[in-house]
Design a protein around this ligand. Structure first.
Ligand code: 13P
Length: 250
C-alpha cells in the first residue's frame, strides 16, 4: 500500500512572520500517527526557520537544490543539497515547471539535481508535466514518459523518490485535467518507472498529482487510480485549505 502524501509548495511566498503563522497553524494539527504523509516546502529565506519549529508528523523540504555536485564553492546564488540538509530539511522538490520555464532547466539538469539530493539523503520529489501546446498536439503521454525516463536516476527508490505529475497548463489556472486524463498519465508514468527502475520499485513509488488542487476537487483527484497524493501550490498557503485537502485522503 502506498501511503498518500499531501505536499505544499509555497513557491516564492512567505516573509518570516507569514511563514511562522502558516507553519505553526499547519504543524499544530499534525500528529505522528496520521494515515497520510505531509510535506511543506517553504522558500529558501525561511526554510531553516520553519525546519526549526516543532513539526512532528510533517516533513520540511526545499523547493530546489543546486546542480553542481560540489557541496560548496563558487556558485553564486546557489544552495546545495548539503546546505539544505544542514538547514534541517529532509526533502526537496526538483524540476518544477517554473524552474524549467524560467531557468531553462533541462531533463539532464533535473536528473543531476535529483542525484545530488538523493546522495545527500534528501527524499526527492521529481516534477514532470506537459505544456498546453504539448497536450493540444496529443503528446502529453509521450512527454511525461520522456521526462520520467530522462529525469529519474538509477539511484531512485520508493523510499527516496516521489514523482509529481503537474500539467503546466493546470498550475495556478483553476483548470484540471479530467480524471480519465490523470489516470492515463499516472499509469504511463508507472509503466515507464518499471522500465527504468524495475517493477517492484515502480509499484511502490508514489506519484502525486499537482495543478489547481483545491478542497473542492481533492477527493475526486485523490481517488484516481495511481494518484498517491497531491502537490499543492496556492491552496497550501492557508492552513485551513491545506488541511481540508489532507482530510480528503481516505
Ligand atoms: P497550484 O496548486 O497553485 O495550481 O500550483 C501547483 C504547483 O505548481 C505545485 O507545485
Amino acid at each position: 500500500m502506498r501511503k498518500k502524501l499531501i505536499a505544499g509548495n509555497w513557491k516564492m511566498n512567505g516573509l518570516k512572520a507569514d511563514a511562522k503563522a502558516l507553519a505553526t497553524a499547519i504543524f499544530a494539527k499534525a500528529t505522528s500517527d496520521m494515515h497520510f504523509d505531509m510535506l511543506v516546502c517553504p522558500p529558501m529565506n525561511v526554510l531553516g526557520f520553519v525546519a526549526e519549529l516543532p513539526h512532528t508528523g510533517v516533513f520540511v523540504g526545499a523547493q530546489d537544490v543546486a546542480e553542481t555536485v560540489k557541496l560548496n564553492g563558487a556558485f553564486t546564488g546557489d544552495v546545495s543539497a548539503h546546505m539544505v540538509h544542514d538547514l534541517g530539511a529532509t526533502w526537496t522538490l526538483v524540476g518544477h515547471s517554473e524552474r524549467r520555464q524560467y531557468h531553462h532547466e533541462t531533463d539532464a539538469i533535473v536528473k543531476q539535481k535529483a542525484i545530488n539530493a538523493i546522495t545527500e539523503g534528501l527524499t526527492t520529489v521529481i516534477c514532470i508535466g506537459e505544456t498546453l501546446a504539448e497536450r493540444d498536439a496529443g503528446k502529453a503521454v509521450e512527454v511525461v514518459r520522456r521526462q520520467t525516463r530522462e529525469c529519474v536516476p538509477a539511484e531512485a527508490t520508493a523510499e527516496n523518490c516521489v514523482i509529481a505529475y503537474e500539467p503546466v497548463w493546470a498550475i495556478g489556472t483553476g483548470k484540471v485535467p479530467t480524471t480519465a486524463d490523470v489516470a492515463e498519465i499516472h499509469a504511463a508514468v508507472r509503466d515507464e518507472l518499471a522500465q527504468v527502475l524495475g517493477a517492484e520499485k515502480a509499484e511502490n513509488m508514489r506519484i502525486l498529482y499537482g495543478g489547481s488542487v483545491k478542497p473542492e476537487n481533492a477527493k475526486e483527484l485523490l481517488n484516481v487510480d495511481n494518484v498517491d497524493g497531491a502537490l499543492i501550490g496556492g491552496a497550501s498557503l492557508k492552513a485551513d485549505s491545506f488541511w481540508a485537502i489532507a482530510e480528503a485522503v481516505k
